[in-house]
Write a protein that binds this ligand. Structure first.
Ligand SMILES: O=C(O)[C@H](O)COP(=O)(O)O
Ligand SMILES: [Mn+2]
Ligand SMILES: [Mn+2]
Length: 559
């Protein structure tokens, strides 16, 4: 059954000409866009002979595809791409309205307040506090400030009398240093609520990469630090004012890595620990970096760290973060119904699949790829391998990350001939790009290129096919620019480093000895994007994609 309840016919039609049984390597370079060559384009500066050689195949075997904005289901063309929407589109072959957009719609129509999730939490409003926990920025990748603002207003109009906001500062999807302004904005909103009789305050905070927003269970200490501040009201730093907290803590850390702090009253008492009978909403719409906290908030049996205090709360996510685990059970907005993904079809059609990345991107090629669903479709047909990521470092210190280990695992999987599809995510361009360290990002891009070579070499040996692409841009532009593309400097004359993703298109290349003669990129899908890749891959496995998939990027011409 599909998630809509309809019977799904999983059998794919045979491709009229393309053969089955070729080993296919599907390589996703995370954060690898195409941009003009200059000194801030780390992919250009780095030695990337393998990716360069693929580009020589243009236009028949190499092209660019869209990876941001509406092409991946985001609200506007100004929205940069990200891993969640990128891998969702790559895996699902169709464009779904994504969390950011669904929350916008629910807030605009007011439907968010009519759903089960809001009713459930609002039953605490009479006696208890409403706690809101999430990323405070306008990055639009995990959350958006304007959505938080609307939710604050809407909840207080609907009876919330005491509100505590637990903020996570960004500096990753937005410029480092911008957190001060976001906290100021939030403070002025909360002051207005107080004028209207609502007891509303910021209660705790910390930098997203050091507090709360870990993912794929890489480092539970990150979540524990947040738990201690948010739930127990305990943190190494205490302030009476959040703007002051962020300004002070920024003297020794950037926005991404601010240590945890709590806001205290004049008696040094935390103003907003979470207590029995209260309501909690995690206001991020994106799943990966909220799942761990959601587990800590929701699960009775939990052994990842000592929670010390487990208040009896009513908890709802902005969205449901994991459709398979049904986590959390209550949510304000229904997530996109990403059904009938290419992975599920291919497994039903006998395509044996191997997927691999290191921890920090592992869920990208599994969970996101499969439509925000954890686990296997059929364990007999699939193997997912996670290589443990380094813990407790920023990746500019180890810019090669585990690229070569991922390459080796993929190579071995290809050479074993046990799999028809070997799918990897190579994280370097993205994870190191997010640190804003240009030199390290150059090293990162070179390492990613070497991993691609290792996998392509293995494909050569088994007579297979490769598809190399990316999920969105990042490493190809490391500076903030004005409208005419010139790098921007701040007031003190310092170059403004871009730690975020970009709106650039990404490359896609096909090749390998198993690629049938006459296969080439069509020129009649000029606006092709990530969602067109699934049908392309199905063709290369010898199948025709379902009718409602975005069209394939390839055609077969007779010579
Ligand atoms: O979560 C992150 O690391 C960033 O906000 C987005 O990066 P990703 O979309 O590549 O994971
Ligand atoms: Mn990504
Ligand atoms: Mn990223």
């Amino acid at each position: 059954m599909g998630s809509s309840g309809q019977q799904v016919s999983w059998k794919l039609a045979d491709h009229p000409t393309l053969p089955k049984g070729k080993t296919l390597a599907l390589i996703v370079l995370d954060g690898w866009g195409e941009d003009k060559p200059d000194e801030y384009n780390c992919i250009h500066v780095a030695q990337t002979p393998t990716m360069d050689s693929l580009k020589q195949g243009a236009p028949e075997k190499w092209r660019l595809i869209r990876a941001h904005g509406k092409a991946v289901g985001l609200p506007t063309e100004d929205d940069m791409g990200n891993s969640e929407v990128g891998h969702n589109a790559l895996g699902a072959g169709r464009i779904f309205a994504q969390g950011a957009k669904l929350v916008d719609i629910a807030l605009a129509s007011g439907k968010i307040y009519e759903g089960e999730g809001f009713k459930y939490i609002s039953e605490c409003f009479e006696k208890g506090t409403l706690h809101l926990i999430g990323l405070l920025s306008d990055g639009g990748v995990h959350s958006r400030l304007d959505q938080l603002q609307l939710l604050l207003k809407g909840a207080s109009e609907r009876g919330a009398k005491r509100i505590r906001v637990h903020i996570l500062t960004d500096g990753r999807d937005v410029l480092d240093g911008s957190s001060v302004g976001f906290v100021e904005t939030l403070e002025s909103d909360l002051a207005k609520l107080r004028e209207n009789g609502v007891d509303a305050q910021i209660a705790s905070g910390g930098g997203r990469m050091y507090v709360t927003m870990d993912r794929y269970e890489n480092d539970w200490d990150v979540v524990k630090r947040g738990w201690d501040a948010q739930v127990r009201g305990e943190a190494p730093h205490k302030f009476t004012n959040a703007v002051e907290a962020v300004k002070k803590l920024r003297e020794n850390a950037n926005d991404q890595y601010l240590p945890p702090f709590v806001i205290v009253d004049e008696n040094e008492k935390a103003v907003g620990p979470i207590e029995d009978g209260e309501a909690v909403v995690t206001f991020n719409f994106r799943a990966d970096r909220m799942v761990m906290l959601a587990k800590a908030l929701e699960y009775q049996d939990f052994d990842k760290f000592d929670r010390v205090k487990v208040p009896k709360i009513r908890y709802a996510g902005m969205l449901q973060y994991d459709g398979e685990l049904k986590l959390p059970g209550r949510y304000l907005v229904s997530p996109p119904e990403i059904d009938r993904t290419s992975g599920e079809y291919l497994v039903h059609n006998g395509v044996r699949t191997f997927a691999c990345s290191e921890t920090v991107k592992f869920g990208h090629v599994t969970f996101f790829w499969n439509g925000n669903r954890s686990g296997y479709f059929n364990p007999e047909m699939e193997e997912y391998v996670e290589i443990p990521s380094d813990v407790g470092i920023t990746f500019n210190v180890q810019p090669k990350m585990k690229a070569l280990e991922i390459g080796e695992k993929a190579r071995d999987a290809i050479l074993s001939r046990k799999f028809d599809q070997v799918r990897v995510n190579i994280p370097n361009g993205d994870m190191v790009g997010h640190t804003g360290d240009i030199q390290a990002t150059v090293v990162a891009c070179k390492a990613a290129d070497e991993a691609v070579k290792m996998i392509i070499d293995a494909i050569e040996q088994v007579g297979g096919i490769y598809v190399v692409t990316a999920d969105h841009g990042n490493a190809e532009d490391m500076v903030k620019r004005n409208k005419s593309g010139q790098p921007l400097y701040d007031k003190s004359g310092k170059l403004q480093i871009l730690t975020s993703h970009t709106c650039q298109p990404v490359p896609i290349a096909i090749g390998g000895p198993g690629l049938a003669a006459g296969v080439r990129f069509r020129n009649d899908v000029p606006d092709g994007g990530l969602a067109n890749v699934a049908a392309t891959v199905m063709n290369l496995h010898g199948y025709v994609a379902p009718n409602d998939y975005e069209p394939t990027l390839i055609e077969v011409v007779s010579n």
